[in-house]
Design a protein around this ligand. Sequence first.
Ligand code: FES
Ligand SMILES: [Fe+2]
Length: 345
Amino acid sequence: MAKPPLSMQPTGWFQVAWSTEVGVGEVHRMTYFGRELVAWRARSGQLTVMNAYCEHLGAHLGFGGHVEGEVLECPFHGWQWDHEGRNVCIPYEKRPNRGRRMPTYPVLERNESIYVWYDRLGRAPYFDVPDVFAGFGDGSSRSDYHQVATLLRENLEIHPQYVLENGVDFAHFKFVHKTPIVPVFTRHDFDRPVSYVDFTITFEGDEGQSIEDVHSGVQAINGGLGVAVTKSWGMIDNRTITAVTPVDDSTSDVRFSVYIGRTTGSDPAKAERRANAMAEEIIRQFTQDVHIWQHQRYSDPPALSAGEYRGFTAIRTWAKQFYPDGRGGSAAELRAATAADISPT
Ligand code: FES
Ligand SMILES: [Fe+2]
């Protein structure tokens, strides 16, 4: 096991739950970015994510806090907090405490997932979470796909960047997934916080193929370091969402959502079974990646082959913008310290 040397406090959108985990009137406990948090859903359906400890005397709102209409009421002395973290009622005083606020986080529900914006510097969101359907601009929508299949793996020693780098890692397919795939990149667009990687798929021994002979590929959209959505075409029609969210200074939770395309057929039960089996297979392949990532140590600078240089350099340069120090976090600091230690004085 190796503690990630990159900062575990990158800026961006991070998935903290699936929408179904926080029903109307429910309070959901979670720990992310080293903070105790609660997500709660008001009667109106509006979702709020805030720090878990009551600003009054510090009760944990995830243990006995309850939703009253549009506010969250603390179990200790009944103070009520609204969507913006404002105190709206102290039951034994005439007026609420207008000065004190519960820290809240920008929250977004998309593709049945709950995303939270985290920025150590307190900046407002400056990019969007990619939509696994609308993001690809092909007119597809949720109704074209079967029920979502999901995987959650908690507290793994994984940094979000490891997972994103998989998107440019053409050489791992044969070794990790035992598929002799040779991806050919057709798009590498790392100009903005939302980046794009597309590749087509050929197989070993097919080197003489022209682009017209290629019948399948993958398109990926990365929304910062926390969320990547993919569309696979030509093979099993599927969409995936990969989300990695730092829990503390050394671990992350990994969430994976898979949608299998509906096909026209007469037997819905059979189609459902087939889709479930396909989703299971995609999840199985994903767990092969997870197995590598959870024991990996970030290699910096890495020993890259000639063919890998462009993709990895592009993604690592792009990734730096999400670290508040702009340098790739503690890895950069460590390297600078080492260089200073060995330089002659
Ligand atoms: S600690 Fe929450 S109301 Fe007192
Ligand atoms: Fe993989």
